[in-house]
Design a protein around this ligand. Structure first.
Ligand code: 13P
Ligand code: 13P
Ligand code: MG
Ligand code: MG
Length: 370
């Protein structure tokens, strides 16, 4: 069998246009130029796009997960795009490049990373999800529904290759530890964790042992980088990305997209400090405008042929999601009317990672004992 294929989705905000709305076309052009130099060499194929103000590099290669060469290429590409952003005086130029210099792995330096390595199947379907104005916990609910909820995924009920369920790798991002949970056996216990999405995030989903697919090859992976922990200060939200493989023992494309018909509330939005609905949109509509949002998600679908990316198909560019978008806007209106009040504004614990503590420190001296 041919060597395994790796799909790497690496993203960074290296400058917004205007404010935190969008990526300027010159940055996309620069990134394409940089990756083109490696096409047919380090990379088999690539696709460059943006979700809101995040520059997204989707790459295929045979170097495996955590490849120093691939991560270095992504880092250099973001640095080149930052130079362009600085010349255009874009907002927050170089915002997510927090590391001083590249040193072997791009993780921990600011950019978000989702990577999958697998044996390419006879027909290999993959969906790349990208979100802006939210954090990795925003993927908990939809990933749970895709791989564990039979009311969402009928394959869990009627596909002999999916009926035994999946194993979830859940990270505690506060205490940097992880746990593997088998579903459906441990479904309720897993919900006890992942319902607290600011702390417990789904990192990977694996097929069960003894099934049609290798149980060590992740079927879905989510970026979990937390900018605050790297920078020690508020620099922006940790706008996450995910890769989800589909079909033939995994959820079908339609089962993977179905959770996004419910625009659930996620943390992020204006100044990374608010709860708001996540709105599924076409790539061209991933422009964060209203109150710097509402938070958005795009889904690009591909077939992979010997590492070549056959696509993208812009999956939410479809009237079937109009109602979800309408629901999102109604929810956005409702939440906005709370102004600075919780639960629109994030609870105190989550506000620690914003600019609010500076204000509270100032007030601290004025308090008198009761
Ligand atoms: P597969 O099991 O071949 O992926 O087919 C599922 C399907 O067609 C869903 O609509
Ligand atoms: P980004 O994380 O997308 O840069 O947004 C930050 C922000 O403060 C939006 O209001
Ligand atoms: Mg930004
Ligand atoms: Mg962003």
């Amino acid at each position: 069998m041919a060597e395994k294929i790796t799909v790497s989705l690496i993203k960074a905000d290296v400058g917004g246009w205007p404010g935190h709305s969008l990526v300027h076309p010159d940055l996309i052009k620069t990134a394409k130029k940089e990756l083109e130099k490696e096409k047919g060499k380090l990379l088999i194929d690539f696709h460059v796009t943006n979700c809101g103000d995040d520059l997204e590099l989707l790459m295929t290669h045979r170097k495996g997960v955590d490849s120093e060469e691939v991560h270095h290429l992504a880092w250099n590409t973001f640095e080149e795009a930052t130079k362009v952003a600085m010349n255009l005086k874009l907002y927050g130029a170089g915002q997510d490049l927090l590391g001083e210099a590249f040193s072997g792995n791009i993780k921990g330096l600011g950019p978000g990373v989702a990577e999958l390595e697998f044996d390419e199947r006879k027909a290999e379907t993959i969906i790349a999800f990208m979100m802006d104005k939210t954090d990795p916990g925003a993927f908990n609910l939809p990933i749970y529904k895709m791989f564990a909820d039979p009311f969402n995924t009928i394959g869990l009920v009627i596909d002999p290759n999916a009926v035994s369920g999946f194993t979830f790798e859940v990270w505690d991002i506060l205490e940097s530890k992880k746990v593997f949970m088998k579903c459906p056996e441990e479904l309720y216990k897993m919900l006890a964790l992942i319902g607290a999405k600011s702390r417990y995030v789904i990192k990977n989903v694996f097929p069960k042992k003894g099934g049609k697919l290798p149980s060590e090859q992740s079927a879905a992976t989510i970026s979990t980088e937390k900018l605050y922990e790297i920078a020690g200060d508020y620099v922006g939200k940790d706008d996450p990305v995910a890769l989800v493989r589909a079909q033939s023992g995994l959820p079908a494309v339609g089962e993977i997209l179905e959770p996004f018909t419910f625009p659930h509330l996620v943390a992020g939005w204006m100044r990374g400090s608010h709860n708001g609905p996540i709105m599924p949109v076409s790539q061209k509509n991933a422009i964060c405008t209203r109150f710097d949002g509402p938070p958005r998600v795009i889904a690009l679908g591909f077939q992979i042929a010997n590492g070549k990316l056959v696509g993208p198909v812009d999956l939410f560019d479809d009237p079937a999601y109009d109602l979800a978008r309408m629901k999102a806007q109604r929810a956005a209106d409702y939440m906005r009317q709370h102004g600075p009040f919780e639960p629109h504004r994030l609870p105190c614990a989550d506000m620690e990672y914003t600019t609010l503590p500076a204000i509270l420190r100032e007030l601290e001296k004025r308090f008198e004992k009761l």
